[in-house]
Design a protein around this ligand. Structure first.
Ligand code: BGC
Length: 400
């Protein structure tokens, strides 16, 4: 039997651009831009999935159907849900607030509370308003103040929220958008990447200070994507340590005194073998990502040095047919339990994702949801694994 601590938060995560539908931000602009469409035309994916796959459009329409989604989350045994606020809705023009949008998110939080779901709220999960993007985005020095102003508005408007995540995965966002050039604004520049990465550190610290001034009782952190780097041979130890320092620790070290808890997003295991990535890949997700539940234990152990509570804010897999999800969740949670029994202070597990969603540049084909979305009629259909997870949530334990 694997018993979890009393009050452990159980649930799942979402992000605004991935589930709300009908957003108008720099991502939706990019999805329809001539550059992107040209790129897609030349890709194999477009043949396979069709253009609609790559346009966020109406999506799951969680924007209108949130109450139904939270009712379903509750019926699946959840006690917490992670959402994100869409900056482009709150502040469609610089300094101009959309009060209806603010009211919308107040209703969203009310609905979560009504179903007994603890809200874990991300202020920034990647897309930005068009005005922000057109004026240099994160490369503009003004970005820090602009972001912190927006964060302040959000936190003042939602006093019922206790858990705030300022930024989702700063390292994934900055490297994919400014170094690898895969995501908007598709820069491929080491210096742009480093500038943005460091600006996100400052943006987090500034908004942390402001949030704590508004309400010192809040718990504020970031959602950090950490990878289990493993040395395959003795010779791989230095590169493994370097990767661990830069990817897993650098940001967290910089914000050490500006966080009340750590949000952990975990997906990857990277085994170095004579400097190259060589994983066994025994079982993989629909996206070809290795499913290696042990990894989360090592990543959690690596976070113990920060001496902060941890909430797992993402962990999951693309698995349309639901072949591996129940196994993956159960085995990963046993590893979480193992870390807890070795004094790692884990307070909750939020699976990625509550429902199928728009997987960024990949579009709609990868299905991460505990709940399947039928995009034709917007039906919500829990996958069988959602009920296996429900039992764990309700029991607060895994019985074996
Ligand atoms: C992101 C999510 C994404 C998930 C699966 C995380 O990096 O925060 O937005 O959908 O991974 O790729």
């Amino acid at each position: 039997m694997f018993k979890f601590p009393d009050g452990f938060l159980w649930g799942a995560s979402t992000a605004s651009h991935q589930v709300e539908g009908n957003n108008k931000n720099n991502w939706s602009e990019w999805e329809n831009s001539p550059k992107r469409l040209k790129q897609l035309e030349q890709s194999e994916e477009i043949q396979k999935y069709g253009i609609d796959n790559f346009i966020s459009g109406q999506g799951a329409n969680h924007f209108e159907l949130y109450d139904q989604d939270f009712a379903l989350a509750k019926s699946l045994g959840h006690t917490a849900t992670r959402i994100s606020i869409e900056w482009s809705r709150i502040e469609p023009e610089e300094g101009q607030l959309d009060h209806e949008a603010i009211k919308h998110y107040q209703d969203v939080v009310k609905s979560m509370r009504a179903y007994g779901l603890e809200p874990v709220v991300t202020i920034y999960h990647w897309p930005v308003p068009i005005w922000f993007d057109s004026d240099g985005g994160w490369l503009n020095r003004k970005a820090v103040d602009r972001f912190a102003n927006y964060a302040e508005i959000v936190v003042k408007s939602l006093p019922e929220v206790k858990y705030w995540l300022t930024i989702n995965e700063p390292e994934i966002f900055s490297s994919s958008s400014y170094l690898a050039g895969n995501w908007p604004p598709q820069k491929k520049s080491l210096s742009a990447y480093l500038r943005v990465f460091h600006r996100l550190i400052v943006a987090h610290k500034e908004s942390y200070r402001r949030i704590k001034t508004i309400n010192p009782e809040t718990m504020v952190g970031i959602a950090k994507n950490n990878v289990f780097f493993e040395a395959g041979t003795f010779l791989d130890k230095p590169i493994t340590a370097l990767a661990d320092w830069w990817w897993n620790k650098y940001f967290l070290n910089k914000i050490r005194n500006h966080q009340d808890f750590i949000g952990l997003n975990h997906y990857f295991h990277h085994r170095f073998f004579f400097g190259k990535k060589m994983n066994a890949n025994k079982t993989v997700s629909d996206m070809g990502w290795e499913l290696y539940p042990e990894a989360i234990y090592f990543v959690l152990k690596g976070l113990r040095q920060y001496d902060k509570p941890i909430i797992i804010t993402e962990n999951g897999l693309a698995d349309k047919e639901d072949k591996h999800r129940a196994w993956f969740i159960t085995e990963s949670l046993k590893q979480v339990h193992r870390a807890i029994s070795e004094n790692v202070d884990v307070r909750g597990y939020l699976h990625w994702s509550l429902m199928d969603n728009f997987e960024w540049a990949e579009g709609y084909w990868p299905c991460f949801g505990l709940i399947e979305i039928d995009y034709q009629n917007l039906d919500r259909i829990p996958r069988p694994s959602a009920y296996i997870y429900k039992k764990i949530c309700v029991d607060n334990a895994i019985f074996e």
